[in-house]
Write a protein of this length. Structure first.
Length: 256
């Protein structure tokens, strides 16, 4: 059987990650799935599937806490699902485990067996990431506010070249993440995109009790002497081309 070019590329990335020395012990993988829905009916059906079928099945497959988020703006056409994997093998074996999970198949029937003219979504985007050395494991934040007030900020930094992209990761590993920690940014994960769109890029997530706290933290970060010094170093010049910023709220059943 001949694999498509994209699938073959993704498979090669995963195999190489799994073969890397010490990968399973030191690094995680993250899949970020973005569901596009067209109306409230699709959203309700999708969220029912995620809450009642998908997340429980992920847990039975050995996957830990899963994050589910929606845009903090009035837009309701997107649902983000963040899935952490302990290893490449866990990622590769998931589809087969789900296919053999009778509880999942029954609970997810509406989603799994929907007809072609009654879809549950308009489309799905998927990004596969490897955690960086400065933050090898996902951390669930200890926020105190109500879930409806919490802000999870997802940032994606694209670079003009692979070398500049690796340079930005080096900046994170060698000071930027430490500044986030000192200033209380509650970083959830930080990952190098291995397969997906907009390559090369780095994606990370920070979290705050509310929008006011988020804005105050970024103001403090911009003025922080250590950041000013780090960002002024010539070796880190021009190491990202653009930043996409998404402010999200967790849904009621999100575990992150």
């Amino acid at each position: 059987m001949r694999l498509s070019g994209l699938f073959a590329s993704v498979l090669l990335v995963i195999i190489s990650l799994g073969q890397a020395s010490g990968f399973a012990k030191k690094r995680e993988l993250y899949e970020l799935k973005t569901y596009h829905v067209k109306d409230s009916s699709q959203r309700e059906r999708l969220e029912t599937f995620l809450k009642q079928a998908y997340l429980p099945a992920l847990h039975r497959a050995g996957i830990g806490k899963v994050g589910v988020f929606k845009p903090a703006s009035d837009a309701d056409s997107l649902i983000y699902v963040l899935i952490p994997f302990k290893s490449a093998d866990q990622f590769l074996s998931l589809a087969e485990k789900m296919a053999n999970d009778k509880t999942f198949l029954a609970a997810g029937d509406d989603y799994l067996n929907t007809s072609f003219d009654n879809p549950v979504f308009k489309g799905i985007e998927s990004v596969l990431m490897e955690s960086i050395s400065g933050m090898p494991l996902l951390k669930v934040p200890d926020l105190k506010s109500d879930a409806a007030d919490r802000i999870y900020e997802l940032r994606r930094y694209e670079a003009a070249s692979e070398k500049l992209h690796d340079n930005k990761i080096s900046q994170f590993n060698n000071g930027e993440l430490d500044i986030f920690k000192r200033l209380g940014f509650n970083t959830v994960f930080c990952g190098k995109v291995k397969a997906g769109s907009k390559l090369p890029s780095l994606i990370y997530m920070t979290s705050f009790d509310n929008k006011v706290e988020r804005d105050a933290h970024w103001k403090a970060f911009s003025a922080d002497p250590e950041w000013v010094k780090l960002n002024a170093l010539p070796e880190y010049a021009h190491n990202f081309l653009r930043a996409d910023i998404y402010l999200l709220h967790p849904v009621t059943y999100s575990e992150i």
